[in-house]
Write a protein that binds this ligand. Sequence first.
Ligand SMILES: C[S@@+](CC[C@H](N)C(=O)[O-])C[C@H]1O[C@@H](n2cnc3c(N)ncnc32)[C@H](O)[C@@H]1O
Length: 284
Amino acid sequence: MREDKPSRTAYKVAMNIVTLGAKPEMDKIFPPGTVQATEKLLAASGAAGARTIRWSRSQRVRSIYEAFDWMLPGQFEAFAHRKAFCERQARDGIETGATQILVLGAGYDTMGWRLAPKFSGVHFFEIDHPATSRLKAKGIDAMGRRDNLCLIAEDLGQHKLSDVLKHNASWDQRAQTVIVAEGLLMYLAHEAVRELFCQCAMIAGAGSRIAFSHIPAGADGRPDAGRWTGLILWLQKAIGEPWIWSIRPEELGPFLEKLGWIHDPALAGTTDKHGVEFYAVAKK
Ligand SMILES: C[S@@+](CC[C@H](N)C(=O)[O-])C[C@H]1O[C@@H](n2cnc3c(N)ncnc32)[C@H](O)[C@@H]1O
């Protein structure tokens, strides 16, 4: 990832949401308001112009995404399922006592902005690389700040999560928390993923959960993106955001246990693969 440039993959996810939102029936999968808020954020931050957003809603762009599905089956609609999964985890967590939601590598995700006014007793935090986080903050300022939403601009490859949150007066490391790592872990090195889970266990109280998406590892240990894995991995590398970390689903439980988490498939409520990813939840 380039230090000075907002994340291209975060932009790609957000634009995909705009295009997918124009497809009939997707409103049944996306959490309410996701598509509208994403469009608003892209425009307000300046990440995308009004014409680009309009164009993204067109049938032509939708057809392009659908054509690419032959390479990564299910990937186009996967973003709606992923958003739904993460929001369900946040809402379930709040219902069962969580008072903090932390979204790691938040990109242009709008969950915090949308849910913060509905759950005024919950503190929402987002962390992203400075270039992306600052652009997003500009958009949030224009859309209307939330008192209980805090955007933190930090490179988690440079600073430990515990150090980052230590400097935030609102963070309570004893509070029951829902941590969301959506479309993030594949961009990190193996050691960084281990460290991140350890750090997450340190900064959250009892009963906390971490919800995340992950790419399964193939027989050669690389992320398995199906038939076109070699090409996809090359393309990701070429845009400067390579997929690095992956794990065999059967290894997830033992992996998490060593890092302070208990894999909880029942809490995830799904074992489906959407596009290249599985979704998982672990409890502290
Ligand atoms: C594929 S995007 C996903 C964005 C968002 N989670 C979503 O799904 O809409 C990955 C995000 O992780 C962020 N990211 C990657 N490496 C990071 C790091 N070392 N520190 C902070 N954020 C990072 C990127 O800036 C980007 O916004």
